[in-house]
Ligand binder design. Structure first.
Ligand code: SAM
Length: 241
C-alpha cells in the first residue's frame, strides 16, 4: 500500500472506526489546493496516538470528513530539546522554526535579549511553520511554541534537570564535548542570540547560572539561524535520539 501524498496534523483522537471533520482551513487545503479526491488516503497524526491512514469519506469546499482506517506508526518517545532563540528577521526565524522541527526540537521559545532588534514575533505564523514542517518531515509531534518573553523571564523558575547550552560566539567548550557527556535522554535547551549577539552583562549573568554550559561552535562567527541549526544537528548526531 503506497504512502499517502497527504499528511495532516489534527487535534482529533485517532483510533479504529473513528471519523472526524477537518477544520475549514484544512478542508480548503485538501479540497481546493491539493485537489484531493473522494476515497483518497490521508495520513493523520495528533501527537498522541501515532499515525493513522484515513480515507476521505465526504468532501465539500468547507468540510472534509476523514474515516480512520488503520494505524501506520505507533507513537514513540521523542527528545526533549528546547530551542531558545532571540527573534531575528522574519524569513530567518521562519527558517529556524522549520529546521528546528526537522532536527527534533520539542519546543521553540522566542526570547528577547538586550540586542534583540525584532520587538514583535508573529506566533501564529511561526506555529503554522512548525506544524507544516512536522507534517512534511513525518514527525509524530509538532514542537510547542512558547510565548515570547524576555530571556530573564524564561530562565526564572528553570527546571534544574534541564541543561541550558548557551551558544557563545566569543568562545566556550566545544559543543560536541558538552553533548557527548550528556545521557542520551537528557532534557536540554539551546540558547542562541540575535544578530547583535549577547551583551557583556548577559554573558556574565549567563555564565554564572548553574544549569548553563557555555558552548562554542568553532572559531567562525555564524549567523544566528546557522548557529541554531548547526547546534541542533550536532546534538542529534551525537545523542542519536
Ligand atoms: N554580535 C556577534 C558578533 O558580531 O561577533 C555575532 C552574533 S551571531 C550573529 C548570533 C548568535 O549566534 C550568537 O549570539 C551566538 O548565540 C551564535 N553563534 C554565532 N557564532 C557562534 C559560534 N562560533 N559559537 C557559538 N555560538 C555562535
Amino acid at each position: 500500500m503506497s504512502k499517502p501524498r497527504l499528511r495532516l496534523f489534527v487535534p482529533d483522537d485517532l483510533g479504529p472506526e473513528r471519523s472526524f471533520i477537518l477544520d475549514q482551513n484544512q478542508s480548503h487545503y485538501l479540497a481546493q489546493v491539493m485537489r484531493a479526491e473522494m476515497g483518497e488516503a490521508v495520513a493523520a497524526f495528533n501527537g498522541r496516538d501515532g499515525e493513522w491512514r484515513c480515507a476521505i469519506s465526504a468532501m465539500t469546499k468547507r468540510a472534509v470528513t476523514l474515516d480512520v482506517t488503520s494505524q501506520t506508526r505507533q507513537q514513540q518517545d521523542e527528545p526533549d530539546w528546547w530551542l531558545l532563540a532571540a527573534p531575528i528577521k522574519r524569513d530567518r526565524i521562519d527558517l529556524v522554526a522549520e529546521k528546528a522541527c526537522e532536527l527534533g526540537a520539542s519546543a521553540l521559545w522566542p526570547v528577547m535579549t538586550q540586542h534583540t532588534v525584532m520587538s514583535r514575533v508573529n506566533t501564529e505564523r511561526l506555529a503554522a511553520h512548525l506544524r507544516e514542517a512536522a507534517e512534511q518531515c513525518e514527525r509524530l509531534t509538532v514542537p510547542r511554541l512558547f510565548d515570547p518573553v524576555p530571556l530573564e523571564r524564561a530562565l526564572r523558575d528553570w527546571e534544574s534537570e534541564r541543561v541550558l547550552i548557551y551558544l557563545d560566539e566569543t568562545g566556550g567548550q566545544p559543543l560536541a564535548q558538552i553533548v557527548a557527556a550528556l545521557p542520551p535522554q537528557s532534557k536540554l535547551a539551546v540558547l542562541v542570540g540575535p544578530e547583535g549577539g549577547f551583551s557583556e552583562a548577559e554573558r556574565r549573568w549567563l555564565k554564572d547560572l548553574p544549569m548553563v554550559r557555555v558552548a562554542t561552535l568553532g572559531p567562525r562567527i555564524l549567523r544566528a539561524e546557522t548557529a541554531a541549526i548547526a547546534a541542533l544537528a550536532v546534538i542529534g548526531s551525537i545523542l542519536q535520539t
